[in-house]
Write a protein that binds this ligand. Structure first.
Ligand SMILES: [Zn+2]
Length: 294
């Protein structure tokens, strides 16, 4: 599932190619994926509009057109790619046996491509989502920043790294929920998911099941200092790809090679050699080292 670094990698790619391009036509084949707060459906509303900028808050991608703003949530398997038909698909075209994902740098729309935006110059923006949990939400541009989806979010760790410690000190004192569960709560801090929450807790030596309000101020300070550089490092690696995540040009990231604990339960801790354990918190699996984290 794409988290902050993956969505930011997609954003940076799209920010290079979308602004200034004009939308000729859009087709959205699955209506439940689209929520319009406009007078018309999303496909009709965006036709004729020109892209202005591509922003991000947490895991939400924000595409500003002239009069319309699109909020895009990638869900579990959403892929948002820019397709230039003039470019050749790469030579590695094949289908992943489990996910059905086409391993091409850019692929033509297929049965999992649910939204296609065609531009006046022949290029396209394609949204492909095998499990269909993604959502496109449209607002009049003037109302987008006060949208419910954005108002309910806590601070983005990369937008305000200096204020993260003070914010976490206040927020974590208020709850006895497990620290792992609290880090996943987008209203506390937005952008972290299962991968980066597990990695941050390992990096700071904190057991994921600890009540948030049991953390010492020094532990909270270490989390606040660890999270932004961890996210930036993953962005430098173009995100983490386990199965479906692709950047805006269709390529996988490489941060999965740098992960310390996520998904490694049953294997030896890289720091101390102890076998990593897993536990379930808030319905999500956490991987942690019983020796390095307390
Ligand atoms: Zn360890």
């Amino acid at each position: 599932m794409p988290e902050l670094p993956e969505v930011e990698t997609i954003r940076r790619g799209l920010a290079e190619v979308l602004p200034g391009r004009r939308i000729a036509k859009a087709v959205a084949s699955i209506q439940k994926m689209c929520v319009s707060h406009l007078d018309t459906c999303i496909a009709d509303a965006v036709a004729g509009e020109t892209y202005d900028q591509v922003r991000r808050i947490g895991k939400i991608l924000i595409i500003d057109l002239e009069k319309v703003t699109l909020l895009v949530r990638l869900g579990m398997t959403g892929q948002l790619t820019f397709r230039d038909p003039k470019l050749q698909d790469d030579g590695q075209f094949s289908v992943h046996p489990v996910t059905g994902l086409q391993r091409a740098a850019q692929h033509a729309p297929d049965k999992h491509t649910h939204i296609v935006i065609e531009h006046s110059d022949g290029t396209m923006l394609c949204y492909r989502d095998i499990r269909r949990f993604g959502r496109w939400i449209a607002y009049p541009r003037a109302e987008a920043d006060s949208a419910e989806e954005l108002r309910s979010l806590g601070p983005d760790p990369l937008a305000c790294p200096q204020e993260l410690e003070a914010h976490l000190l206040k927020a974590l004192a208020k709850t006895s929920r497990a620290i792992k569960t609290v880090l996943l709560d987008q209203s506390v801090v937005c952008g972290l998911g299962n991968i980066y929450a597990d990695e941050a807790l390992f990096g700071c030596g904190i057991c994921p099941s600890r009540p948030a309000n049991s953390l010492a101020p020094a532990e909270i300070a270490s989390l606040a200092a660890f999270i932004p550089p961890m996210l930036l490092q993953s962005i430098a690696n173009r995100g983490t790809t386990f199965s479906d995540y692709r950047d805006s040009s269709g390529h996988p990231g490489s941060n999965q090679n740098s992960l310390q604990v996520y998904g490694r339960y049953g294997s030896a801790c890289y720091k101390c050699g102890t076998v990593l354990e897993k536990c379930t918190l808030g319905g999500r699996t956490s991987t942690w080292c019983p020796r390095c984290q307390s």
